[in-house]
Write a protein that binds this ligand. Structure first.
Ligand SMILES: [Zn+2]
Length: 497
């Protein structure tokens, strides 16, 4: 039976964001599982909807022997520190050296992790492992749909495969697909033919949702091409806030007819104007939401996309909250306007200490540096009523990270002028309604819900929303990649309109 080493390394690096991914970020276990090694990896991660779980499940069915190394993941932010990357890479490399004869290595990677000292950390990790195991041992990796896939990754790995959904509801399925590729590779006894094509432009995150055109139809086309050509194709739309040379979308595939299939998929995805997208200002979004909420039987959801902690924001800006208060949204619909998650540990702790029913004088939120050179909006100062408190432990039930328990520390629901804010002490993208229920906020009872998320919220919120609006309040994650002060991106991409 094949002996396969398995490991994971997940970070999405927004090189323009304010906070680094230091070692603490990989060990906290706040919004990603905490760093875990050895058999505990299998015990703790096998039941969560993440890629390694899908790989483990396939391996169990086949009776493969798994050698678990480590799994390291941290919430998206700026650069992975040198210390963190070296520690993770060394753990995996040491385990590969100590494993004896191996038949394969599976890596659960994100694919857009940039370290302080290495631009392409996944390419670097795979190359280091390749140097240890030699050319004959297959290395297969699964990738996030936001991977910025590099030539080194494609060259050093035997096969790569990425998610096909955004929100990422197919993470475990992608790990299973990686296992299928490993199986194909083991049976073939050699690396399958591979073809790849980079797209010469960047795609804004908000245009990437596979719940709408054009991405929805493009992934259907990808699956049809796979059936037609017996290939395993991937299309990474890329993470358009990682300032390095190979930041871009990539189409690639494995199989005897990969070249023809990739050429067709690149033709379909490579038409740039199909990715155009309209984004509202905070003021416009609130005005529209207040009007739409009037006759609606479900809440209007507004995505506060430029403070998405799933893309490098710190989930603490106040532009949308100011806009709600300025336009009297909470006076029109008292207690039926909600916003979350606001990362403000001091406010959350104060609320928990004061208790439900208390009133606190607070400055909520933070003015953070943004890509425009101007800071984001000032904190919201005023009297907040404590409506509910929680210890911040919450098991997610939505389709995306179903089964994961997050620990966000002291948390509370605070109300000001009729607007309710879910305040937390740990950073987590609002992608699951359970994160609001934790502090007593039920979306069924809301008219307007502001979510600090770009797209992942859609999986659990959109089916329960009357309308979804996307708003651009001042924050660290540029909704339009053209707004970012790129330095390393090739001029050919930078200069495109
Ligand atoms: Zn992603």
């Amino acid at each position: 039976m094949p002996r396969i080493l398995i490991a994971g390394y997940q970070h999405e690096t927004n090189t323009f964001a304010p906070s680094l991914a230091d070692w603490a970020a990989f060990t906290r276990g706040d919004s990603f599982p905490a760093f875990v090694c050895g058999h505990a990896l299998v015990e703790q991660l096998a039941s969560i909807n993440i890629p390694v779980a899908g790989f483990i499940e396939f391996a169990r069915r086949r009776g493969w022997t798994l050698l678990p190394s480590c799994w390291a993941g941290a919430i998206p932010s700026s650069y992975v520190t040198r210390e963190s990357f070296e520690r993770i890479a060394q753990t995996i490399c040491d385990d590969a050296r100590a494993a004896g004869t191996l038949d394969g290595i599976y890596l659960d990677l994100h694919g857009a992790a940039v370290a302080e000292h290495v631009d392409d950390t996944e390419g670097e990790l795979i190359a280091r492992l390749r140097a240890i195991v030699g050319p004959g041992v297959p290395i297969v990796a699964s990738l996030d749909l936001h991977a910025n896939v590099t030539q080194a990754m494609l060259r050093e790995a035997d096969a790569l495969v990425s998610y096909r959904t955004y929100p990422h509801v197919d993470m475990a399925r992608t790990g299973e697909r990686a296992a299928e590729l490993m199986d194909r590779r083991l049976n073939a006894g050699r690396k399958e033919p591979m073809a790849a094509q980079r797209l010469p432009f960047l795609i804004p995150l908000n245009a990437q949702s596979t719940w709408m055109a054009p991405a929805q139809g493009l992934y259907e086309a990808l699956e049809a091409l796979d059936r037609q050509h017996d290939t395993v194709l991937s299309f990474c739309m890329g993470f358009p806030a990682s300032d390095f040379e190979e930041c871009a979308p990539m189409v690639w595939g494995h199989g005897e007819r990969a070249e023809a299939a990739v050429a067709e998929l690149a033709r379909l995805t490579g038409e740039p104007t199909q990715w155009r997208l309209e984004i509202l200002s905070a003021r416009e979004a609130v005005a529209q939401a207040m009007a739409l909420a009037e006759g609606a039987d479900k809440p209007v959801v507004i995505a506060d996309t430029q403070d998405n902690p799933g893309a490098g924001g710190d989930s603490n800006t106040t532009g949308l909250l100011h806009a709600l208060l300025a336009q009297g949204a909470g006076r029109r619909y008292p207690g039926q306007v909600a916003l979350g998650l606001m990362f403000d540990p001091a406010a959350a702790r104060a609320a928990c200490e004061a208790g439900v029913g208390a009133t606190l004088e607070l400055a909520l939120g933070t003015a953070v540096p943004t890509f425009t050179g101007q800071p984001s909006d000032a904190p919201v100062r005023g009297r907040f009523k404590v409506v509910a408190v929680s210890d911040g432990r919450c098991t997610l039930t939505g389709p995306m990270m179903n089964g994961l328990t997050v620990k966000l520390g002291a948390s509370a629901c605070l109300e000001i002028d009729g607007v309710r804010v879910a305040v937390v002490s740990g950073k987590k993208q609002l992608l699951d309604r359970q994160l609001l229920r934790m502090v007593g906020l039920h979306t069924e009872q809301q008219r307007i819900v502001v979510v600090k998320s770009s797209n992942h919220f859609r999986a659990d919120f959109q089916p329960h929303a009357s309308h979804v609006l996307v708003a651009k309040a001042a924050g660290p994650m540029a909704a339009d990649p053209a707004d970012l002060p790129w330095r390393k991106l090739p001029a050919a991409i930078r200069r495109r309109p």
